[in-house]
Design a binder for this molecule. Structure first.
Ligand code: C2O
Length: 570
């Protein structure tokens, strides 16, 4: 017995030594975080109310890791709503259980419940973020997720002096869950927001906000890395900094060919890293954000969020008190400015675009209308309810289990795998007046099955049903290459020739142009169930989503891991 103990303790020491050697060699760590979801009183725009936060912070805590690190987040739900958290843009290779969308990869964490998210960052660097993925809780439950290069590797640009995360948000002066509940009850459009925010603050262009405006202190001459994240619920945003040029170096945690611009456009879900050299006279400069509203005749929040870039003047306090200089921003409907910016984003060097294509998919994305139930009145156009769909399927989330649990445990009747590869009825998708007979989608929980390793090409075709607009389409668990974008109907005979097969950008969220299309390509190398949806929450609420079911591969490390023991049940 004693010798057994001695042997086993020797073995333990040996194992520990190997382990620390491995950790030393790879430099990878395991990071633990405690996230308590709770109700927190805040005051904005002269009004106090309670919001849902993580750890009482708004925006929530920033997670900073290195490529290769494992992150363990223990979430405790002390709020009165069901909640889940999603790690937006993290590939989650084989760990779909940690992805987070409610009723897709997990049942919600109920009030009083908890769940431990555990995943490893594999081959990703840059700016991502995390957010709630349940009802409209992500209006206030979000934060940055910053992935730095592994030890002994560096950025593909000179090390910036400072790194500054700037999270753009969207603010209602009341409970956002009440806003979506009212919209769902009436079938009408949800109320537009009251403000946009930068790092949780609307800025001094709004009432009662000036003393809390986000101030970014900088020094003349230095070059800083600004990590922009659009966490707004329903609004695409233009961003500019007065008198300063920005050099884009990454988007959605993929490096880009550096290019210089005076304005950015970020759709909800997207991130953009820019280098900014502080080469202007000592003063204060606004960083401003306001809507890119591409749908004609649709109400939007036309206010402007502002933070202040403040040069250290080396003088005695209170420093430069001058009114900051305001930047030029494009008009709210300046689609040409968006196209020009988007065209600038490319991979840093030539990439190997996957091919040949195994799955040629064509999905329409757009709005629709449901008839009002008998005897009710509805607040959509002409007594209808607003809807949205892909290939005419308006996605319905299950309520009794998650799609992934149903798939893994082979529970029948939760979903079908007959999502159509092409629209059920082809039509002139972007016509001025699409016939109203085409506006009624069919509700369903339909998935599209992909073989492990399949090369997928997907044309995302916007429609002009109800209103054509730019839809930010996000795929969970994947990055994709954007081969081309354009306006009108996609026409392979003409448009295949426009594919960029040399240095297309790699992203996780693509803004499909208003009344236009985008072509993306990816390899289905991550088994599990992966939601694809419009990142405007108003549209996901109306059904603008579907999910891919990616089968396990045959080789080692090609199948979904077993679910963690504390996975919530419904
Ligand atoms: Cu930020 Cu379902 O995503």
């Amino acid at each position: 017995m004693e010798s057994f103990n001695r042997i086993s303790s020797l073995l333990l020491v040996f194992l520990l030594a190997i382990n620390s050697l491995l950790v030393y060699r790879i430099g990878a760590e395991v990071q633990h975080h405690d996230f308590v979801v709770q109700e927190t009183p805040v005051k904005r725009l002269c009004k106090a109310h309670n919001i849902i936060t993580v750890n009482g912070q708004f925006p929530g805590p920033t997670i900073e890791v290195k490529n290769g690190d494992t992150i363990v987040i223990n979430v405790v739900n002390q709020a009165r709503y069901n909640v889940t958290l999603h790690w937006h843009g993290v590939r989650q290779l084989r760990t779909a259980w940690a992805d987070g969308p409610e009723f897709v990869t997990q049942c919600p964490i109920k009030p009083g419940g908890s769940y431990r998210y555990r995943f490893t960052i594999q081959g990703q660097e840059g700016t991502l973020w995390w957010h709630a993925h349940s009802s409209w809780l992500r209006a206030t439950v979000y934060g940055a997720l910053i992935i730095r290069p592994k030890e002994n590797t560096s950025y593909p640009f000179a090390k910036p002096k400072r790194e500054i995360p700037l999270i753009l948000g969207e603010w209602w002066d009341r409970n956002p869950v009440d806003v979506v509940r009212k919209a769902t009850r009436t079938g009408g459009a949800p109320d537009v927001s009251n403000a946009f925010t930068i790092n949780g603050q609307p800025g001094d262009l709004y009432n009662c906000s000036s003393k809390d405006t986000t101030v970014i202190p900088v020094k003349a001459g230095e070059t800083n890395l600004l990590r922009f994240i659009n966490a707004a619920l329903n609004t695409e945003l233009f961003v500019a900094i007065a008198n300063h040029k920005m050099t884009v170096v990454a988007a959605d945690a993929s490096y880009t060919k550096p290019f210089t611009t005076s304005v950015l456009m970020l759709a909800p879900g997207q991130t953009t890293d820019v280098l900014v050299t502080m080469d202007q006279p000592l003063s204060r400069y606004y960083i401003a954000a306001r809507a890119y509203a591409s749908a004609e005749g649709v109400a939007f929040d036309n206010t402007t969020a502002a933070a202040i870039l403040e040069y250290d003047c080396g003088c005695a306090k209170p420093g430069p008190a001058a009114q900051p200089i305001f930047p030029a921003l494009p008009a709210y409907n300046d689609t040409a400015a968006v196209s020009a910016f988007t065209a600038g984003i490319k991979s840093p060097s030539s990439v190997e675009v996957p091919g040949p294509v195994d799955e040629n998919l064509f999905f329409t994305v757009g709005l629709g209308l449901f008839d009002c139930p008998e005897g009710k009145t509805c607040r959509g156009p002409n007594n209808t309810r607003f809807a949205a769909s892909m290939n005419n399927v308006s996605f319905v989330f299950p309520g009794t289990t998650s799609l992934l649990q149903a798939h893994y445990q082979r529970v029948p009747g939760v979903f079908t795998t007959d999502f159509p590869a092409v629209p059920p009825v082809p039509f002139d998708y972007t016509a001025k007046n699409v016939s109203s007979s085409l506006s009624q989608p069919v509700a369903g929980t339909k998935l599209y099955k992909l073989k492990y390793g399949a090369v997928v090409q997907l044309v995302l075709q916007g429609t002009n049903i109800v209103a054509g607009e730019n839809h930010p389409i996000h795929i969970h668990g994947y990055n994709f290459y954007i081969l081309a974008e354009g306006f009108g109907n996609f026409n392979p005979a003409r448009d295949n020739a426009k594919f960029n097969l040399v240095d297309p950008p790699e992203r996780n969220t693509v803004g499909v142009p208003a009344n236009g299309w985008a072509v993306i390509r990816f390899v289905a190398d991550n088994p599990g169930i992966w939601l694809m949806h419009c990142h405007l929450d108003v549209h996901i609420t109306w059904g603008l989503a579907m999910a891919f079911l990616v089968e396990n591969g045959g080789a080692e490390l090609q199948s979904l891991e077993a679910p963690p023991p504390d996975l919530p049940t419904c």
